[in-house]
Design a protein around this ligand. Structure first.
Ligand SMILES: [Fe+2]
Length: 236
């Protein structure tokens, strides 16, 4: 037996169609969601995923002989479940544009320059504390093609595979204090201010001392809640 439920939770899910963001409707179910009992199909997960999707180096800034151009940052992202418990072994894929706003992807046709020393993406496995750490550069803002002046604020994309299929999460991390955050169609598709705030990383104070700060990098902390009331809002 199945029955319909509310089509979306505005606290943890983006609005279906967003002005100025024409792709949204294709990234949203066209049919009402259906409640399903949680049996083995939902509660099991991909086994030994890291053998099929091998992890990479945790360093997007060090692909070439020199480090990538941009402001060096260190991202500490912790994968937790709805109870706040760490999800060790979660597979986390991370990607973002370079310091000029260019993605390492054939679909990026902008005239922003590529950076041969920038890797562009990484695949990491969360450690015992659910933690993944990445050395990279802060991505630049970029103009979205074919829009009336929409600029994406600096952001980092995450894709998470947790222990169960229900723990799958695709979202984005934003930087605190960026004025473009207020106008971003994707971030503001999450209508609940508290949920939006959870999409913004925390800058570790630069006075925290060398034990907390890798040399020469600003440190940002972020939490990836894969399920539950405080789940990270889904963003394509
Ligand atoms: Fe992006």
């Amino acid at each position: 037996m199945s029955w319909s439920i509310e089509p979306r939770d505005p606290k943890t899910q983006s609005q279906g169609e967003v002005d100025g963001y024409a792709q949204t409707f294709r990234r949203w179910p066209s049919q009402p969601l259906v409640v399903r009992p949680h049996d083995a199909g939902e509660l099991s997960g991909p086994e030994r995923l890291e053998r099929r999707l091998p992890p990479s180096r945790a360093d997007l800034a060090g692909r070439g002989a020199k480090r990538a151009i941009g402001q060096l940052i260190h991202v500490r992202a912790r994968v937790v479940d709805e109870d706040g418990s760490p999800v060790p072994g979660a597979l986390v894929e991370i990607w973002h544009c370079n310091g000029a706003g260019k993605y390492l992807h054939p679909n990026d046709s902008s005239d922003s320059p590529p950076d041969p020393n920038f890797q562009g993406n990484a695949r990491l496995v969360a450690g015992d504390g659910g933690l993944v750490e990445l050395r990279t550069i802060k991505p630049a803002a970029y103009a979205v093609p074919d829009t009336a002046g929409w600029w994406r604020p600096p952001h980092i994309h995450f894709s998470v595979w947790g222990r169960a299929w229900l723990s799958r999460l695709v979202t984005q991390m934003f930087f605190p204090g960026d004025p473009l955050n207020e106008h971003d169609a994707i971030l503001n598709a999450v209508r609940d201010p508290e949920s939006r705030a959870r999409c913004i990383a925390r800058l570790v104070p630069t006075t925290s001392g060398p034990a907390h700060l890798p040399e020469g990098a600003l440190v940002y902390e972020y939490q990836l809640v894969v399920r539950g009331r405080k789940a990270a809002p889904r963003m394509p």
